[in-house]
Design a protein around this ligand. Structure first.
Ligand code: NAP
Length: 282
């Protein structure tokens, strides 16, 4: 089996990528602190912002493909610590692109729906980017740098993702609702939420498709509608979902209102995400 290296292997998406890949690849993980759940070929602790560290791992593993999911993925954290965001989200990505370009190794970089301003959804790959927060700005710069260094790289813009297992950053909504806890969710923020397991498959199955590709879910919903769908699917009371507006919850990072994706291109490549109601069990 060929060797695949996954950065952020203990993260929300990275762990799902590792889990999905182990049937087809020898999977090597790069972590900072959180370990992946899946049993990988080997796991390396390395800081992607340290060129020497990540090159040492890449040279030792000598992978035939790299999926880069490590990131400072919380927009509020990026807004309050833009230097950390720059180092992790741009410089770290550049180091990986440099190594992969030099060794002619396919690279998938995970970007975001937050490269857009939210005023012209649904967004296609050819639409102009215009981020409204630091996280989005840094993803745009990283995309540009990666394209320059490694023109064949796979740039995968991901919609908001959700899953049923806890991640280092958050508890799944399905679990919160099953515990009878209530949540406030925006009625004026629209996304095309994507089941993380489908996201992992989408990245793996399109590894050799170069350039930008939008991987989003099958439905455009507000965060509130999303919550109501999850509540119905897990048998929780709809009253646990408390509607609110973006303006009710001030946050460091401005948030675009609608960054739904048009996933027509991904569909034409065989990507068929499940509908939301099919992603949860009671
Ligand atoms: N989650 C979403 O809804 C969403 C939506 C759109 C795009 N994305 C993108 O998808 C990718 C994965 O996101 P995610 O939600 O899986 O994020 P996540 O759960 O926060 O995972 C990110 C991983 O990156 C690792 N990491 C951070 N800084 C590092 C460093 N300096 N060196 C090595 N590893 C480092 C973290 O390790 P530790 O935990 O050990 O610190 C963590 O495991 C990111 O590129 C993100 O921007 C996510």
């Amino acid at each position: 089996m060929k060797k695949l290296l996954v950065t952020g292997a203990g993260g929300f998406l990275g762990a799902a990528v590792c889990q999905a890949a182990i049937r087809r690849w020898q999977v090597f993980g790069v972590i900072r602190t959180h370990a992946p759940g899946a049993r990988l070929q080997a796991v390396y602790r390395a800081d992607i912002t340290r060129r020497q560290d990540i090159f040492r791992v890449l040279n030792e593993v000598s992978p035939q493909a790299v999926i880069h999911t490590a990131a400072l993925a919380d927009p509020n954290a990026c807004q309050t610590d833009p230097d950390a965001s720059w180092r992790i989200n741009i410089e770290g990505a550049v180091f990986l692109a440099e190594w992969c370009a030099e060794h002619t190794v396919p690279l998938a970089f995970t970007s975001s729906d937050l490269v857009f301003d939210g005023l012209h959804a649904p967004y296609r790959e050819s639409d102009a980017v215009n981020p409204v927060n630091r996280y989005g700005e840094h993803k745009v710069i990283a995309e540009e740098q990666i394209r320059r260094i490694h023109p064949q790289a796979a740039i995968r813009r991901m919609s908001l993702m959700f899953g049923n297992a806890p991640s280092p950053r958050s508890q799944p909504l399905s679990r919160i609702l099953k515990q009878g806890r209530s949540v406030r969710l925006f009625v004026d923020e629209f996304r095309t939420p994507l089941f993380v397991e489908a996201a992992a498959e989408g990245i793996l199955s399109t590894l050799n498709y170069p350039g930008v590709l939008h991987l989003g879910g099958a439905e455009r919903v507000s965060r509130y509608q999303f919550g109501m769908t999850v509540a119905a699917a897990v048998g929780a009371s709809p009253q646990l979902i408390v509607p609110c507006f973006q303006k009710d919850v001030p946050m460091p990072a401005p948030r675009p209102s609608d960054v739904s994706f048009d996933i027509g291109l991904a569909r034409s490549l065989g990507f068929h995400p499940p509908i939301l109601a099919d992603c949860f069990s009671p």
